[in-house]
Design a binder for this molecule. Structure first.
Ligand code: NAD
Length: 331
């Protein structure tokens, strides 16, 4: 006979195979419904699989809104996002239902800042274009004016959004002897260890040779980079986006790059994702695009898996999430 006093394990839905570090942890104490598809669950599939779960571990590709929370039902205790950004979740809807939402800050900061720098260097020094040139058999001889790029030493970098990743990019920029400006209306760092200057946005756009975006996607930052923004940049400017695709108006960026009004752009994130192959941006040599891989280092992804699993388990145990984006649920 079944022992009725034995506690049943909480039921969780995990929307994609995550790294073992977190998956094994969740499997130890939960009944796991794991989505093993290569692509994310479709809306109907998500609605079906969340039904009756106690916890949800989701990815940035899953739109988690009130309908999903209600489909899960009143037992839903925690939503744990396998990302630091949480624009895919209706946090207000979660807060109204007193559901804590977790994210994975900090552990992907260095990997993302490294990628911002990798893209900056690749775009500034035309690495991808040069590689294509070679493979196409166009390399005939060394030439004084072949594939000239822009300089880093002494150049000005403008960092928009000076949180964890923005500051990690600034740290790297000091190694390149760059002048560092930042714009972040929510933050004024006094006596920073880093030689950085806080400016208004217009000054940053007018003076920067490199512009790196590190803001969350919010109603205020959606299409922050629009035609007006781009018209203020220097003709040698290089724009880097490792934040979220919708921070940039891609139509305006395409026009600007096509007319060579700035030097280049490099995007880790696009809108939509994946970027359709017909996108005109893919026809431009002065635009590098990679498939949202800024945090894709082994260590970062292991830790994202672990931290999102840990947030999930703490939430299921009615404990405060170690990384909670709506702490007001505990008030
Ligand atoms: P963070 O919260 O530490 O920093 C974000 C900063 O942006 C904050 O200081 C905030 O004050 C500032 N900000 C908000 N609105 C602004 C505005 N309108 N103008 C200027 N600054 C503004 O976050 P973080 O850990 O540095 O991550 C930043 C973002 O990067 C995330 O929200 C996420 O969307 C994105 N991200 C992308 C990847 C990737 O794989 N491409 C990886 C990690 C993070």
């Amino acid at each position: 006979m079944q022992n009725k006093s034995r506690k049943t394990k909480p039921k969780v839905f995990i929307t994609r195979i995550i790294r073992d570090k977190g998956l094994d942890l969740v499997r130890e104490s939960c009944t796991v419904d794991l989505w093993t598809g290569e692509l994310p669950p479709k809306r109907e599939e998500l609605l079906e699989h969340v039904n009756g779960v106690d916890g949800l571990l989701c990815l940035l590709t899953d739109r988690i809104d009130a309908e999903i929370m209600d489909a899960a039902g009143p037992g839903l205790k925690v939503i744990s996002n396998h990302a630091v950004g949480f624009d895919n979740i209706d946090v207000m809807a979660a807060t109204l239902r007193r559901i804590p939402v977790g994210n994975t800050p900090g552990i992907l900061t260095d990997a993302t800042a490294d990628m911002a720098f990798a893209l900056m260097m690749a775009a500034g020094r035309r690495v991808v274009e040069a590689e294509k040139f070679l493979r196409q058999g166009k390399w005939k001889t060394w030439s004084p004016s072949l594939l000239l790029g822009v300089d880093f030493a002494g150049a000005t970098i403008g960092i928009i959004g000076f949180g964890r990743i923005g500051q990690a990019v600034a740290k790297r920029a000091t190694g390149f002897s760059m002048r560092i400006l930042y714009y972040d209306p929510n933050l004024l760092i006094e006596n920073s260890d880093l030689p950085v200057i806080s400016t208004d946005l217009d000054t940053l756009l007018r003076e920067s040779d490199f512009i790196s975006l590190h803001v969350p996607l919010t109603p205020e930052t959606r299409h922050l980079v629009n035609a007006g923004f781009l018209s203020k940049l220097k003709s040698n400017a290089v724009l880097i986006n490792t934040s979220r695709g919708a921070v940039v108006d891609q139509v305006a960026l395409y026009q600007t790059l096509k007319e060579h009004r700035i030097f280049a752009a490099a995007l880790d994130v696009t809108d939509p994702e994946p970027l359709p192959l017909e996108s005109p941006l893919l026809k431009l040599d002065n635009c590098i695009i990679v498939p949202h891989i800024a945090s894709a280092s082994i260590q970062s992804r292991d830790m994202m898996s672990y931290i999102s699993a840990n947030n999930l388990l703490e939430g299921l145990n009615n404990q405060r999430l170690p990384h909670c984006v709506n702490p007001e649920v505990y008030d």
